[in-house]
Design a protein around this ligand. Structure first.
Ligand code: NAP
Length: 248
């Protein structure tokens, strides 16, 4: 049984909820972070195996709220062994069909939550992270193949990978490994509308396996990257896109 103190951002649903459940199932204590979906986050908390888990809230666009939230987790758990930067937003803003005001708003919110929010959560958590700590970031295939309808999303996810690689080098001397998962489509609320009907069939066919990932498959990858055995994976990006996009 592991007994790590784990903070998962955006754990009120989808991939984050699956990650929280996976850590709890191994015996870890999990801080279930959420933004607006308090009732859903409470349901996730109640579903976790074991005890000693924690519900925390912060708008990841708010640096002060992040600091308070992370400090509250550290105060309760005594330390933070694992940070999973999972929370994210996916806001349509195609360049030819978006006003300049909407464009500004989409870029500010997307980078603010997906990239700067993760960077701030990392700064706050590292102060409480002992040797052997792990940081796992949830990026996306969109970092590599372009996101024509959500360009800020693609940029935020590419930025998150570059940030993780910088942190892998910066925190290695402290025995902390930093890694990234880059899923293709995953069956969650974020992707639900895009996975319905004929458009959904086209998206499933992007993979020669003919399907998209489940949140539990992403969680299993995160669990591995957070394990003691994965220390030498620090700096890596693990693709989970069913061979829909291959890169060297
Ligand atoms: N689904 C996919 O196809 C897919 C593919 C590749 C990568 N990803 C990435 O995987 C991660 C999880 O995605 P998902 O599909 O599980 O998304 P989701 O179902 O939409 O859940 C998003 C989570 O992020 C939280 N969040 C969003 N904005 C926030 C903010 N300003 N402050 C605090 N929390 C905030 C939400 O919390 P509240 O609801 O409580 O506000 C929620 O828990 C994201 O980073 C996403 O980009 C997803």
């Amino acid at each position: 049984m592991a007994d790590r103190a784990v903070l998962v951002t955006g754990a009120s649903r989808g991939i984050g909820a699956a990650i929280a459940r996976a850590f709890a199932a191994t015996g870890d204590r999990v801080a279930v972070h959420h933004g607006r979906s308090t009732a859903a986050a409470q349901d996730v908390l109640a579903s976790l195996d074991g005890d000693g888990h924690l519900l925390v809230q912060a708008d990841l666009a708010d640096p002060v709220a992040i600091l308070d939230m992370v400090d509250a987790v550290a105060a309760e758990f005594g330390r933070i062994d694992v940070l999973v930067n999972n929370a994210g937003v996916f806001i349509p803003h195609p360049i030819t069909d978006t006003s300049y005001e909407q464009w500004q708003s989409a870029w500010a919110e997307t980078l603010g939550v997906n990239l700067v929010g993760a960077a701030n959560a990392t700064w706050c958590a590292v102060r409480h992270m002992p040797e052997g700590g792990r940081i796992v970031n949830i990026s996306s295939r969109g970092a590599f193949r372009g996101e024509p309808g959500q360009p800020a999303y693609g940029a935020s996810k590419a930025g998150l990978i570059a940030f993780a690689q910088s942190m892998a080098r910066a925190l290695g001397p402290r025995g902390i490994a930093v890694t990234t998962v880059a899923p293709g489509w995953v069956a969650t609320d974020m992707a639900a509308a895009r996975l319905e009907g004929p458009e959904g069939d086209i998206r499933r066919a992007e993979s020669p396996l003919g399907r998209v990932a489940t949140p539990e498959e992403v969680a299993a990858a995160v669990l591995y990257l957070a394990s003691p055995e994965a220390e030498l994976a620090s700096g890596t990006v693990l693709d989970l896109n069913g061979a829909s996009l291959l890169r060297m």
